[in-house]
Ligand binder design. Sequence first.
Ligand code: PAF
Length: 290
Amino acid sequence: MKIVHTVKEVRETINNWKKEGKTIGLVPTMGYLHEGHQSLIKASVAGNDKTVVSVFVNPTQFGPNEDYASYPRDLKKDAALCEATGADLIFNPEPEEMYPDRFCSYVNITGLSDALCGKSRPIHFKGVCTVVSKLFNIVTPDRAYFGEKDAQQLAIIRRMVKDLNFPLEIVGCPIIREEDGLAKSSRNTYLNTEERKAALILSKSIFAGKEMVENGETDANAVVARMKEIINSEPLAVIDYVEMVNMDTMKNIDTIEGSVLCAIAVKIGKTRLIDNFISIENTPASTSGE
Ligand code: PAF
């Protein structure tokens, strides 16, 4: 497995692979990889001849008071995980490689980006869509893999790929949880022992909400109210949002029908964590822009 830092090096490798007729999977990440990322890499290795993992903490998706500087980084450990999982190439650019002097072109998806995380992180999805578009253009993958934990991000990327005719397939992969239920996240490392215990309130409320829906509850507000009640029972938890939205529009719903996303963001101490469940009616496993 190779680690490269420039666009030129990625393109050279990809060109050689394409000449040999190889298919390419891309797993975009910000590094500090865990079993959630590993499941994406595994899916890519299983579905493609070659797998590229990008490891780049993308400055444009962090707000001024967010954790860009302190976001955990460990390329050595990431490389070991990628190699052990069968990846072929890590692309680990410096910020200047992705955003050279006078950079001023951004990709902004309106509407879908205004809801949920977009409300409390107004520039976040513009940064995500910009860097993901750049990665698609640099790597030109056949498939790209994203986790369902960032369900709004996945919905936005699916939309972007359709709207902008990116010739690739987006594959969503299920949330991977710790044994006690907490959704895996690089940010879990910020939690001290007391906060780590308190963070279980997220998955507890998600499982309770999911059970209500599975038992036939169709009143979205009743599910949200119960989930908020559970989260508020934890003194260290501060709710950013608990919402049920239509999967395609990200607009709030009153009645649970069709494909619905129930998403939460909760602060435990200084750490903002997200989790969700999806109630599906014909949600595609993959989307193509072709
Ligand atoms: O989900 C992430 O880790 C990031 O938002 C992504 C998709 C790698 C873009 O920086």
